[in-house]
Design a protein around this ligand. Structure first.
Ligand SMILES: NC(=O)c1ccc[n+]([C@@H]2O[C@H](COP(=O)([O-])OP(=O)(O)OC[C@H]3O[C@@H](n4cnc5c(N)ncnc54)[C@H](O)[C@@H]3O)[C@@H](O)[C@H]2O)c1
Length: 292
């Protein structure tokens, strides 16, 4: 038994929200994208339309499907209007419990009582958000990956009271969005961030101990273990400060195995945050090309 979902409201139109709206509209859902900032919303819509066209040019999306997706996607800065007819609300607002809880309270007042609610949080508690929602059985995590229209996985995260029916419905929604789902019980870092943080931290420890150069550690994991990116290439892309934040959370919740490497801490202290500052483990020029 599962809920019927035809209309999806996506809250927050930043990096993730616009990607989620893209795959929702292309999956045939009536999709409303909401943000507090109308300028960001306009840019999000333009990006989504551009990505639909790229998909058609690359032969990955049928022209008719892209047209239908464009028509089923609307944007707006009125939260109540965005969620008033939603069967599913997916929030992708900033990673702050305060902002998420306030948004959830407003949705609770305006969305149909039977609507499901999902959060795209990277690490905040689903159970805590579910408690605010007034519908803890109909609340779950839907952890998408960046860029959403390309990455194939969704981690479906069960909070303490998430029902089987909600999980089954969200799996079906994910499938219609063209994604594969894994079901994860709420736990720090879910599956992906926990493993990824550990690999990245170990790479920093090896670099610190002089086991090999950064370039050779990256090359070893790419060519020997078939990882599409080396751990340092990945850390520079994600941001060393973001990675350190995740490790500190995992260290506090899961124990010493996740203690951040001292070299990573020093790089962050030095302002070497990765591509975004032009220098992390590697160095980049103004066009983002690696120079070292
Ligand atoms: N960026 C990633 O790679 C990634 C991956 C997985 C999950 N996430 C999670 O997704 C969520 C969103 O991250 P992002 O990277 O898209 O952030 P972002 O900063 O790119 O976008 C956030 C958007 O929310 C809007 N916003 C701010 N306050 C709002 C409010 N009260 N109501 C509605 N919109 C509001 C902002 O205008 C902005 O457009 C976070 O919880 C993050 O942890 C991010």
């Amino acid at each position: 038994m599962s809920h019927r979902v035809e209309t999806i409201a996506v809250l927050g139109s930043g990096t993730m929200g616009r990607g989620i709206a893209h795959v929702a509209a292309l999956g045939g859902f009536e999709t409303h994208l909401y943000d507090v900032d109308s300028g960001v919303l306009e840019r999000a819509l333009a990006t989504i339309h551009r990505n639909f066209s790229k998909g058609v040019d690359l032969g990955k999306v049928e022209a008719g499907a892209a047209d239908r997706a464009r028509q089923s996607l609307s944007i707006g800065t009125d939260l109540a209007a965005a969620v008033s007819r939603a069967d599913l609300v997916i929030e992708a607002v900033p990673e702050s419990m305060e902002i998420k809880a306030e948004t959830i309270r407003q949705v609770e007042a305006a969305a149909p009582p039977e609507a499901l609610f999902a959060s795209n949080t990277s690490g905040l508690s689903i159970t805590e958000m579910a408690a605010v929602s007034g519908r803890p059985q109909r609340f779950a995590g839907m952890h998408f990956f960046n860029p959403v229209h390309i990455m194939r996985l969704i981690e479906l995260v069960r909070g303490l009271e998430t029902s089987d029916e909600t999980v089954a419905t969200l799996e079906a929604v994910g499938k219609r969005m063209g994604k594969e789902c894994v079901v994860v019980n709420e736990s720090p870092g879910f599956v992906t961030s926990r493993v990824n943080a550990l690999i990245g931290n170990e790479a920093f420890r090896m670099l610190e101990n002089g086991v090999a150069t950064a370039a050779d550690i990256d090359k070893a994991l790419k060519l020997g273990l078939n990882h599409p990116m080396g751990p340092f290439e990945m850390a520079d892309l994600v941001g060393l400060d973001v990675r350190l934040g995740v490790l500190r959370h995992l260290h506090a919740t899961l124990g010493d195995l996740y203690r951040p490497s001292q070299l990573l801490v020093q790089y962050v202290q030095a302002g070497r945050l990765g591509r975004k500052t032009g220098r992390g483990v590697y160095q980049y020029d103004a066009d983002g090309r690696r120079t070292e």
